[in-house]
Write a protein that binds this ligand. Structure first.
Ligand code: FMN
Length: 102
């Protein structure tokens, strides 16, 4: 189930030392999220458990970015990308991500 979230223009800005870590299975279902991830998204661990990572996809993000992401992972390569994510309250934050298959 996806939550119905209305995007707002409220930005959350990361602190210098913030480091977000998440893991998914091969279908994109979240299997691990660190404390900062949970803080920025404002979802509880229970709400995130078993959910698709696209729960935080921001509608401003072009679909092609994620196609490239999954195509790259399928080739057992890592990818770096700027991603705009959406929190539970509709606010957004930018991350520079490194996604690596393991
Ligand atoms: C490890 C990992 C991290 C991901 N992180 C994000 C993320 O921060 N934001 C996001 O929108 N999608 C992220 N994705 C991609 C999503 O799984 C998904 O492909 C994307 O949100 C687009 O949704 P869709 O595939 O249903 O079109 C991540 C995927 C993986 C494997």
């Amino acid at each position: 189930m996806k939550y119905k979230v209305q995007p707002t223009d409220k930005e959350r800005v990361m602190r210098e030392t913030d480091f977000i870590v998440s893991k998914t299975d091969t279908r994109g279902i979240i299997t691990y999220a660190n404390r900062i991830f949970i803080e920025f998204l404002a979802y509880s661990e229970e709400e995130l458990s078993g959910k698709q990572h696209n729960i935080i996809r921001h509608p401003d993000m072009a679909r092609g970015v994620f196609k490239l992401l999954w195509d790259t992972l399928a080739q057992k390569k890592e990818i770096f990308a700027y991603v705009k994510n959406m929190s539970k309250d509709g606010g957004f934050y930018w991350v520079f991500t490194n996604v690596t298959p393991s």
